[in-house]
Design a protein around this ligand. Structure first.
Ligand SMILES: Nc1ncnc2c1ncn2[C@@H]1O[C@H](COP(=O)(O)OP(=O)(O)OP(=O)(O)O)[C@@H](O)[C@H]1O
Ligand SMILES: [Mg+2]
Length: 425
């Protein structure tokens, strides 16, 4: 799949932006603080309904704006799909082909993205929560059942923790209600764990292949899923649920003392081992990077396996973080099969030989100009008319969004814009 175009309104430092993308490599070129990551964030947001760098949607709205919008058309094998997210102080609305979705979990999965930023090196070094978030974000995209079970699990977990605190402070006394919550938590938790295990096994398989190649067959990567419920592998969901219920029972005194839930997927971890040794503890910086890269590249294959299509790849400042050999591996892995968006402050830091005919999007202070193979394209009369019609529709939308409240002057029609030269796909 690939994203054909995007349309932003009041998103971060973009007041209004309409862009067409290359189905292959798009380079987001610009100095610091111009809006490169903001544009990647918009693509990620369009796919996930969430930003990768904030949980506060309000930060995504342009300063002082009350409404914002991200729209785009994703080309999938079975045809194009129009995605739209509307943001306002009241919350967000998600639309697929103009139809509003009752639940965000119904919307997620239409477009699959993998984002790789320098912080992803924290995947190996960071706290267990970083790895849990990674598993949840990636697996949630490809399996709506997982996302659903996880959302339910977290809702019950929150309730159970609140109730444990009430019991601990003697403000509540009903232990039977705690048992009901434990049962529900085990119900959703057992499903999450079994699905996580399946995903991790598949990811491990692909990561091993990539890792072997990068390390030139000298090292073997293995995963160790550290589930807070011990010895659960080979158990069915029902067996695991029963085991969890029994363990909650045994843990009750301790949980009441601490006022928190001590068992369940919210306490899981995933450890990486190279030749049997923990990369977290003993790995060199290079080994940690290779591991993170192998895991990220493996995700591309897992998504292809699960969904039948390659996801989009968003690379924020990672090429400059990787040495020549790892850069080559990364670029070879994506070549011609994965639509890629990569940010860079200058073209010289990327291996030009490996990146064929990128579309270069030059970003300056929330404005983007497109250069395809360095060419600027003059518009024909028909194209100008099309742009005029689009601007008319935009003006109507602006009016709808309340942007013309002060009767600001309408934008004038450009006589020249940068326009894609590629054929329609
Ligand atoms: N909600 C917002 N409204 C308007 N501007 C914003 C908003 N959030 C962030 N910005 C601005 O966006 C700019 C940062 O953009 P971005 O993070 O995309 O930079 P970048 O091009 O990726 O830079 P770098 O190369 O340093 O990573 C900052 O100038 C910041 O003030
Ligand atoms: Mg950035």
């Amino acid at each position: 799949m690939y994203l054909k175009n995007i349309d932003l309104r009041h998103f971060r430092n973009y007041e209004k932006l309409t862009l067409a993308f290359s189905p292959r490599i798009n380079v987001l070129l610009g100095r610091n603080a111009q809006g490169k990551t903001n544009l990647l964030e918009a693509i990620y947001f369009l796919a996930m309904t969430k930003s990768h760098r904030t949980s506060n949607d309000h930060e995504l709205l342009q300063f002082k704006a009350h409404h914002g919008q991200v729209k785009g058309e994703v080309q999938r094998e079975q045809g194009p799909v129009k995605l739209q997210l509307d943001l306002s102080a009241q919350g967000k609305k998600a639309l697929i082909n103009h139809i509003e979705q009752a639940r965000l979990s119904q919307y997620v999965g239409q477009m699959n993205v993998i984002l790789f930023a320098p912080e992803d090196l924290d995947l190996v070094k960071g706290a267990p929560s970083v790895r849990r978030r990674f598993i949840d974000m990636e697996f949630g995209q490809i399996d709506p059942q997982y996302l659903y079970a996880l959302t339910k699990y977290h809702a019950v977990l929150k309730q159970r923790n609140q109730y444990l605190k009430l019991l601990a402070h003697k403000e509540a006394h009903d232990r039977l209600y705690l048992d009901v919550l434990s049962e529900q938590l085990a119900e959703w938790g057992s499903q999450v764990i079994v699905m996580r295990q399946r995903f991790i096994t598949e990811l491990e398989h692909y990561a091993q292949v990539v890792h072997e190649q990068i390390s030139q067959h000298n090292e073997k990567l293995t995963f160790d899923y550290k589930c807070s419920v011990k010895d659960f592998s080979d158990m069915s969901v029902t067996e695991l649920k029963e085991k969890m219920v029994a363990e909650y029972h045994d843990l009750q005194t301790n949980e009441l003392k601490r006022g928190v839930t001590l068992l369940g997927p919210h306490r899981d971890d995933l450890r990486f081992l190279v030749n049997g040794q923990s990369v977290h503890t003993y790995g060199s910086q290079g080994q940690q990077r290779t591991t993170a890269l192998a895991v990220k590249l493996a995700e591309i294959d897992v998504m292809k396996d699960q969904t039948g299509e390659y996801p989009l790849l968003l690379l924020d400042d990672v090429l400059s973080e990787l040495d020549g050999q790892r850069q080559t591996h990364l670029l070879k892995a994506i070549q011609d099969r994965v639509q890629t968006f990569l940010t860079t402050p200058d073209m010289s830091s990327i291996a030009k030989k490996l990146i064929k005919q990128p579309r270069v999007l030059r970003i300056e202070d929330g404005q983007v100009t497109v250069e395809e193979e360095g060419q600027k394209v003059e518009l024909t009369a028909a194209q100008q008319a099309r742009v005029a019609r689009k601007m008319q529709r935009d003006a109507e939308l602006n009016a709808f969004l309340g942007l013309d409240a002060q009767g600001k002057t309408q934008p004038t029609l450009p006589t020249q814009v940068f326009y894609p030269t590629k054929k329609k796909h």
